[in-house]
Design a binder for this molecule. Sequence first.
Ligand code: THU
Length: 303
Amino acid sequence: MAIELQWDIPVPEGMEGLEKLLRRVADACFEAEGVSGAGFCVRIVDDEQIQALNLDMRGIDSPTDVLSFPTVAYPEGKTARDCPRRVSREYDPAMDCANLGDCVINLGRARAQAEEYGHSLQRELSYLTAHSAFHLMGYDHMNEEEKTVMRNMEERALSAVGITREGGTPSHEQLFELACEAMQNSYSPYSHFKVGACILTEDGRTFKGCNFENASYGATICAERCAASCAIAAGARRFAAIAVVGSTAVAWPCGICRQVLREFSDLSLPVIVGQYGKGFTVKTLGELLPEALSPEDLGVTVE
Ligand code: THU
């Protein structure tokens, strides 16, 4: 278990999937650093609680967004990957891994920052967790050089879980642009029809996909299902939008892809469809697939 999530305040609505998301973020941070068998605690607190901690531990009487308390003392200029023995000394039987320390996040501040940057709270919490994870692994940002190194590591880890640099929830234009980028990787030697797709998930991540064909034509995978596979494999379960682009015609999603999208979104899902170089139109999934059989019809709640 890479993280243990502890709420020191009541759990707000919509935060049920947070532990899973932050666990994935932490795993990506460890992977970027090349460390295994490690974890840390994430505590979610409020303004007052973080101010008290800040005063107590650092003598600073003011609230902040995140505090990190490492268990390992890293030698000057070294990080977790250089100190496997120091790391494994922190083995915590309850966590069944080395406990690298505490990451304490101020939910109120995270919410305000998410609003300021125009992205989801989940995304902001992911940033703060990744930032803290690298502090817990010996990184710091006391000078520009250190700061760049730390940022690069954060970036590498976050992009591995589908959280990209651009701030804010991507617009329809940006999703279409990402679909166009994905289209460049299309493997379509039979139809010569390149298709790209980009799915935005409810937790603010984006996943790209392209069609890839097969000598046995029926084994072909559409761009939409390629993107959906990446999203599902990264732990996402709710889609917020999809953009699809075709190289020589508008890439209307096929029937199977429409049905696949219905599994992970409701009929209000915006489907941004267009042709490369010719712009796009936006439909809802309900317009493309009315009266679809849904997981709810079979008593399944997707989460
Ligand atoms: N294709 C997609 O990628 N998405 C769709 O929804 C429509 C069809 C691809 C599959 C195949 O490689 C090519 O377009 C021609 O059908």
